[in-house]
Ligand binder design. Sequence first.
Ligand code: SF4
Ligand code: SF4
Length: 400
Amino acid sequence: MTKPGPIEQSGQKNDPYVCASCGNCTLVCPVFRQMRWEPYGPRGKLSITKSILEKESEFNLEFTRKLFLCTLCEHCTTVCTTSIRLDRFWELMREEAKARNLTPAPVKFASESIKRTGDPFSIGRASRLLWAEGMEDIIETRISAKAEVAFFLGCNVSLKHPLHDVARSMIKIMEHAGVEYTLLGEEESCCGAPLLWAGEPEGTPTMVEKNAQALADLGVRKVVFSCPSCASTWISSMHKSSGTSAVRKMELLTASQFINQLIQKGLLAFEEQPMITATYHDPCISARVLGVGKEPRNVIERIPGIYRVEMVSTEEDTRCCGSHALLNMIDPHLSAQIAEMRLRDASVTPASLLVTECPRCEMAFDLATITLGYSVQILDIAQLVANSLSSEEGEGDVQQ
Ligand code: SF4
Ligand code: SF4
């Protein structure tokens, strides 16, 4: 690296020298566990970076490819014995790749799509309400309505057909609990997380501000996200926000945090379920970044007839589904292999149902049930809750 712009400016240039080569990060890295070759693990990539800094090797296409074979799952960060902010380091290296015009084509496609159509798949705003089929009467009254609570769907849940039931489920839950809520509908835009993953972090705050200001103008004080990466992106961006105080003061919750609040307030009533054994998969961002782990477990335990068992590697120690940070677009095969590896953890439990709270995890595991030939139902926590609601409404107060 002759002029390591983003790395140099960040003050993390010395990280490869701080590394003690203990290998903790390599042991937990899902990419290394599949590739089984040191240069694909975090320690190996740090070592290559060191040799680039010392001009012994080049920051070339081959190294960039290795850099992007990473789900930004943050597992390496949490186990690093020398406390290197590896999460930030990998993002900076992606910025470095972008500065050198080496960004992989699928990642470029995602970032250009966001600028063109407001989503990373180039699907477009006209499709953002297809999920609402069958509940148009309810949804029409909620789009851009004044309300204190907003439901932010995110691009996956809005635009991918297999996930539309996640959105419908959250609507059923809010209607059942008597929550006054609003939706941005076709005006909702990508949260901006894929821009971070593409090495273009300067574009993310604009995306967050745009969505958040639109909600603040509707009187929103609490935002519920169907995707923990959207929640995390908003939280980290709004800490640095130059937006209005209404935007900065918003309470930002994952689906399980919000549903747990509704349960605590007595706003959800459940039907007895037919003896289902369930296990919960912690999405990396929920557990490792947002510290959400107790809430989804509490929600599952409050549904009568659902029995919860644990997999190995839970909460902060969770294992990645393989789909984060665009790996499912960069290398779908590797991404699928990582999903299979995590699903094997579930397969040695007696669970017939795997619950999670991330749309990417849900899609990855759905596919892995087929490729592994392992029969287990995969549901988002909103789907499990909506399917278990009683026909009577909850009995708590209606304060949100
Ligand atoms: S963030 Fe996850 S995938 Fe990337 S190097 Fe660290 S452990 Fe491996
Ligand atoms: S855990 Fe930290 S110190 Fe140990 S090899 Fe990985 S980066 Fe280096």
